[in-house]
Design a protein around this ligand. Structure first.
Ligand SMILES: [Zn+2]
Length: 265
């Protein structure tokens, strides 16, 4: 087999998927090497099927090389990550209101850069990371335990904020993920997330050449409408959606957005 644009994976690392909301198999739009992008015939949600299975994802995200490549590498990229962190914390500060410092839990905290910025602002921070390698580095950096695992395994909690940046597009079941994440905050607490935007101009113009398509990693591709349907389905209220690439929290991200939502109560 010729090497694929997104790597080459053994057949036993693949599985078929259904829409997380409608539980229906999708209709194929694009074949992408070993992957395919399909659309839910009922709600229109775009997703990958076949996709990497649990074993395949473990293999992909357990590798240190994943975090040492791309955006995690250069000084310029790190500077941009800091800009995003501060911009997103400004949005979160505005959403949680009052001067009191809050507790913030990050799901998928990688090397802990965002939690470090939140801690510097006075938030009590904690986090969860799928990759044991990254969790070890984050724990050391923050001087606090970063748990290894998945959000579905966590007991409910009463944090003020739960954040997950560029994570929801990677998880096998976004609905279950959102429900579990929302269970980590108190009523009135804030869910903050970012993800690629499938109805952005680059995504619509570049189609299969869109640089954020990444079918080996990005299982779900959300439009703003898809995200609003997901929020409604899990009982969260939209507070703010930022897709402007000039805003600090989304700086130079031409094809991504930041979303804040509130748990009613
Ligand atoms: Zn659907």
């Amino acid at each position: 087999m010729r090497p694929g644009r997104w790597g080459t994976y053994p057949p036993e690392h693949f599985e078929d998927a259904v829409c997380f909301l409608c539980h229906l198999p999708g209709k194929k739009r694009w074949q992408l090497d070993q992957f395919a992008l399909v659309d839910c015939p009922q709600c229109g949600q775009a997703f990958m099927s076949p996709r990497l299975n649990h074993e395949g994802r473990l293999n992909l995200y357990g590798a240190r090389a994943y975090f040492d490549s791309g955006v995690y590498k250069t000084a310029g990229a790190k500077g941009l990550q800091r800009t995003w962190a501060e911009g997103r914390l400004d949005l979160i500060d505005a959403a949680v209101g009052n001067g009191r410092r809050h507790s913030l839990y990050e799901v998928g905290c990688a090397y802990g850069m965002f939690l470090e910025a939140a801690k510097a602002r006075g938030y009590a921070v904690a986090g969860l990371e799928f990759s044991p390698v990254a969790a070890g580095v984050a724990s050391e950096r923050l001087g606090t335990t970063v748990h290894v695992g998945e959000v579905m395994d966590l007991p409910p909690a009463d944090h003020d904020v739960v954040a997950f940046w560029d994570t929801i597009e990677h998880v096998p079941d976004p609905h279950a993920f959102m429900v579990a994440a929302a269970a980590l905050i108190r009523p009135g607490g804030i869910v903050a997330l970012s993800c690629p935007q499938f109805d952005s101009l680059p995504a619509r113009l570049l189609r299969t050449r869109w640089w954020t398509l990444k079918p080996h990693k990005h299982i779900w591709h959300f439009t703003r409408k898809d995200l609003r349907r997901l929020l409604a389905d899990v009982g969260l209220e939209e507070v703010r959606m930022v897709s402007n690439p000039l805003r600090a929290g989304n700086r130079w991200r031409l094809d991504s957005l930041v979303l804040l939502a509130r748990k009613p109560g």
